[in-house]
Design a protein around this ligand. Structure first.
Ligand code: AMP
Ligand code: GLY
Length: 418
């Protein structure tokens, strides 16, 4: 098969790494790719938000399957355009991608399907939003509506903080916000393949959203992850499928916009009961890195079965293993990351089926790899136990010489007990 992966982050590097292990993969192209992807795939300069350009590229290069990594091309309708051109695409339609693109849409689907989620209200008027916060009190959650790369959310501990967050959203004069009840419990990510009819749980992971150790400081896109997430026990997964994901997929199909692709349910679990925080219409980043480390080449068969509507026949083969990834981010992240920091020592890190350094925001300059984004590298390892995976990953981190990068030293703490 000739396969095109759209995207340029650690998620896409991990997807490519796994897909390439499958003997069915003949030619592998990443667009636009990154220096890590360039080591294992061809990289093509392509505007991945331009559905016509991507469809033309597929025709010219006899592409059999397109795997869409990030949400932006999905929200822009690139998967629809590909399917209209007869190209097999993994990822939801523009209409179904609203599950991530619009928080108000998702809340409406939850209400229609009875899926448990935080109580909410949507506002496009600042004064009304202020009044709502004054009435409800804190803690309370303010979400700018639309795609915000995980950064449009304020979990406000005081009314003042909530009002300031509202003012920031409406700073340009207009705004759309969802204001939510603040959920408590333990957060985890659940990934489910859906082909419009059948849902197949793919795996669980736990992200580390805050920049600082002990889950402190501002939210980021994710500073590390591990899989599986023990809080998502078999029983909790079953409840999440029965009470949240299943009803959502049913409602999407009922509306005439069935969901095809991977659905990422961000869940809050308290006393064994899951509630939906949000959906994403793609793999998580960095959760994808740990899932791919554990799944390996079978992921291509699963993705193909999903895109072809054959999930009913598919099975996920899990080993009794664990994976953990540590994000190395550029100094300054999640504010303004410093660019250009030189990264040395990558050659001394063994890359095997148990250990990989996935590239996210890197660039090649004068034969060197330099930092070129907020999250730069994802140092990922597998082990028989989570502790083994963690120790292996940090041993690799310590071989990388990059004074311009930092990482959290406590990835996995909830499962490992500190
Ligand atoms: P989102 O972009 O919706 O994933 O929000 C980013 C992060 O904010 C989530 O991963 C949670 O940690 C937190 N968050 C969002 N909504 C809530 C909520 N209703 N209650 C508590 N925390 C939340
Ligand atoms: N790691 C969180 C996300 O991908 O949205």
């Amino acid at each position: 098969m000739n396969i095109l992966i759209l995207g340029s982050g650690g998620r896409e590097h991990a997807l490519a790494w796994a897909v390439k292990q499958n003997p069915k993969c003949d030619r592998l192209i990443a667009a636009p790719g990154n220096p890590g992807l360039a080591l294992i795939a061809e990289c093509a300069a392509l505007d991945i938000l331009d559905g016509d350009a991507v469809a033309d590229f597929c025709g010219e290069n006899a592409i059999d399957l397109v795997i869409v990594g990030p949400e932006a091309p999905l929200a822009a309708g690139v998967a629809d355009r590909l399917r209209a051109a007869g190209v097999l695409a993994f990822g939801p339609s523009q209409a179904a991608a609203q599950l991530e693109a619009s928080k108000a849409f998702t809340k409406d689907v939850c209400d229609a399907s009875g899926a448990p989620t935080a109580a909410w209200a949507a506002f496009s008027d600042l004064a009304q939003a202020h009044a709502h916060v004054e009435r409800e009190g804190a803690p309370i959650v303010i979400k700018a509506d639309g795609l915000a790369a995980g950064k449009g959310v304020t979990v406000a501990q005081s009314v003042e903080e909530a009002l300031a967050a509202l003012d920031a959203v409406f700073a340009g004069g207009e705004g759309q916000v969802v204001i939510e009840e603040c959920l408590t419990g333990e957060e985890a990510s659940f990934f489910i393949l859906c082909d419009g009819e059948t849902m197949l749980p793919l795996g669980t992971a736990q992200d580390h959203k805050r920049v600082g150790e002990g889950d402190t400081g501002p939210n980021t896109g994710g500073m590390g992850a591990y899989s599986p997430a023990p809080v998502l026990s078999e029983a909790v997964q079953k409840r999440a499928l029965d009470e949240i994901v299943g009803p959502t997929l049913h409602e999407m199909a009922r509306r005439g916009t069935p969901y095809q692709g991977v659905l990422y349910a961000g869940l809050m679990i308290r006393d064994g009961a899951p509630k939906l925080i949000e959906y994403n219409v793609r793999f998580g980043d960095p959760e994808c890195q740990v899932l791919m480390m554990r799944l390996g080449g079978q992921v291509l068969d699963l993705i193909q079965a999903c895109a072809e509507g054959r999930l009913r026949e598919a099975r996920v083969h899990w080993a009794d293993d664990h994976a953990l990834t540590v994000v190395l981010a550029a100094n300054g992240y999640p504010g303004t990351p410093e660019k250009g920091g030189i990264i040395a020592g990558l050659d001394s890190v063994p890359e095997t089926s148990e250990a990989m350094v996935f590239h996210a925001g890197t660039a090649a300059a004068d034969g060197r790899i330099v930092a070129n984004g907020g999250r730069v590298l994802n140092v990922t390892a597998r082990g028989r136990t989570l502790r083994e995976a963690r120790d292996r990953a940090y041993a690799m981190v310590d071989r990388i010489e990059a004074p311009g990068l930092f990482c959290r030293r406590d990835i996995g703490w909830r499962a490992l007990g500190g």
